[in-house]
Design a binder for this molecule. Structure first.
Ligand SMILES: C[S@@+](CC[C@H](N)C(=O)[O-])C[C@H]1O[C@@H](n2cnc3c(N)ncnc32)[C@H](O)[C@@H]1O
Length: 215
């Protein structure tokens, strides 16, 4: 597993400042990024893709290697420092320059909750720390993702193996209640809409990449 220490340091310090927004102490590994993008990689034909919660660009970089001549990518990131890194370090790089200039790649510096698209994307790929969110925010995110996907479109996201259970066991009071209700909501969606799942052990910590189709 290749590790970029500068990227890890930026990530860790951001987590320490805003744990509930960043939601992870390290960026995703290349193996997890590849797993999240796998349905898009297999897709034939021009695709519209939305990445939400792009962070320092672990998944974005992988998306850049898959982007076809007619594909479009919107990248949504709420954290200003991370959005700056994406703009200067990732979108200026070889994989992206032409598609950014052609307007086929856009950086949206806003919370995902503000997106108002309908039937636009073939794929939504999320790095959002859903288990750190309040239930109402998780519900909002699922509503927005669902509306913004075309029929048959795929929502990929990840969660760390055992995190929901462990956090619930180790927490108390309001936090315990929050985790239980978020977990129940995620489990319901997984039961109803997940059509595939893969477990990535080459990530710290290991993670499930989940694939959901709502309609
Ligand atoms: C766990 S990090 C994942 C980063 C990256 N995708 C990766 O896999 O390494 C979660 C990211 O979601 C972003 N985020 C959190 N809440 C958000 C929101 N409401 N809208 C957009 N991005 C958000 C955080 O700033 C952070 O960059």
């Amino acid at each position: 597993m290749q590790v970029d220490l500068r990227e890890h340091w930026r990530f860790l310090t951001s987590y320490l400042r805003k744990p509930d927004v960043v939601g992870a102490i390290a960026p995703s590994s290349q193996a997890l990024a590849a797993a999240l993008c796998e349905p898009y990689r297999r897709f034939r034909g021009p695709a519209k893709v939305l990445e939400v919660g792009a962070g320092t660009g672990a998944v974005t970089r992988h998306l850049g290697s898959l982007l076809g001549e007619e594909d479009e990518l919107d990248i949504c990131e709420i954290h200003t420092d991370f959005a700056d890194i994406l703009e200067h370090d990732i979108l200026n790089g070889a994989g992206f320059v032409r598609s950014v200039a052609a307007g086929r790649v856009r950086l949206l510096r806003s919370p995902v909750q503000q997106l108002r698209y309908e039937n636009r994307y073939d794929f939504v790929i999320s790095g959002l720390p859903l288990t750190a969110f309040e239930l109402c925010d998780v519900q909002d995110v699922f509503g927005i993702v669902r509306r913004s996907l075309k029929p048959g479109g795929v929502f990929s996201y990840f969660e760390y193996v055992g995190l929901r259970k462990t956090s619930w066991l180790l927490s108390m009071g309001r936090r315990r209640h929050r985790i239980r209700s978020v977990s129940a909501y995620l489990s319901r969606n997984i039961r109803q809409y997940q059509f595939d799942r893969t477990t990535v052990f080459q990530n710290l910590p290991p993670a499930h990449a989940r694939y959901l189709r709502f309609r």
